[in-house]
Design a protein around this ligand. Structure first.
Ligand SMILES: Nc1ncnc2c1ncn2[C@@H]1O[C@H](COP(=O)(O)OP(=O)(O)OP(=O)(O)O)[C@@H](O)[C@H]1O
Length: 264
């Protein structure tokens, strides 16, 4: 079996505030492997964003070991963190965080240029599946929230990262747009076996992931039950064919949405 994409071992994280030391993450040992999709849930303030920030290197643990793709990160300098983020990491934020005033195409190109990559068949596949073809020359600030989030997904996946971190990616979207974004995100990540760790407050969105990490009092409770939505998604993905580097496939393959009446 290949090495984990993320391996946390006895990770602790404390912050100092006016009242003293506040331990947010307590002795956390957990791993993410290629193709894993995990919903990270927990009450407000339980440390979900802190955990994502530790994995992305924006925060450093107070104790413990973080390995990314088998490499111990404790002695990484800015250069190694930058290389990891550019080459192996995609991030989707609640606020989209697109580059203005660039257009859709240039936002997607941005992630490629950081890695000296050219636009390839996978980028065409992303654009077509995400319904972005007619929007490529539009300024991103002129798009709707759902459209902007689809651009953010394309940008996050364009360089085929090993790991996608998503922090409440549907938090600014209405119910219908949320379901569409979740369906597309999980389908496209699956096609490249991208590992996904997604913070969400939504039960519906959490059910798109294979498993759940619930953060409470600094510890994680794991629920690895595969949801019915995810099973439906796997069936959908199995029926699609992602392009290889040599493929010229550009047809639209928008994944179907699982039925749900629950608010997102
Ligand atoms: N840089 C920081 N300095 C001090 N305290 C911090 C810092 N970052 C986070 N915290 C504290 O750590 C705790 C966890 O914060 P975090 O943002 O990770 O929670 P969260 O689960 O993502 O919350 P939410 O769901 O509301 O976004 C909070 O009590 C927060 O105030």
């Amino acid at each position: 079996m290949s090495q984990p994409i993320v391996a946390l071992s006895h990770i602790c994280k404390s912050f100092h505030d006016g009242e003293g030391e506040h331990q947010v993450i307590k002795d956390l040992s957990i791993a993410l492997n290629q193709g894993d999709t995990v919903a990270l849930t927990g009450a407000s303030g339980s440390g979900k964003s802190t955990l994502l920030n530790i994995i992305a290197g924006f925060e450093h643990p107070t104790a413990g070991s973080l390995k990314l793709l088998g490499q111990e990160t404790s002695d990484w300098q800015d250069k190694q963190w930058s290389e990891f983020r550019h080459q192996q990491l995609g991030v989707v934020f609640q606020q989209f965080n697109l580059l203005t005033p660039l257009n859709v195409r240039d936002n997607i190109r941005f992630a490629l240029q950081l890695n000296k990559l050219n636009w390839d068949d996978w980028c065409d596949h992303l654009v077509d599946n995400l319904g972005l073809r007619p929007l490529l020359t539009r300024d991103v600030e002129a798009l709707s929230g759902g459209q902007q989030q689809r651009v953010a997904i394309a940008r996050a996946l364009a360089h085929k990262p090993a790991l996608l971190l998503a922090d409440e990616p549907t938090g600014n979207l209405d119910h219908s747009a949320s379901l569409e974004v979740m369906s597309l995100l999980t389908s496209l990540a699956k096609q490249q076996q991208t590992c996904v760790l997604m913070v969400t407050h939504s039960e519906v969105c959490a059910n798109y992931m294979q498993s759940r990490w619930h953060l409470e009092s600094g510890h994680i409770n794991q629920d690895t039950q595969v949801s019915s939505a995810q099973t439906a998604m796997q069936d959908t993905v199995a029926a699609t064919q992602a392009p290889t580097h040599t493929s010229t496939q550009t047809d639209s393959q928008v994944a179907t949405q699982p039925e749900s009446s629950e608010a997102v």
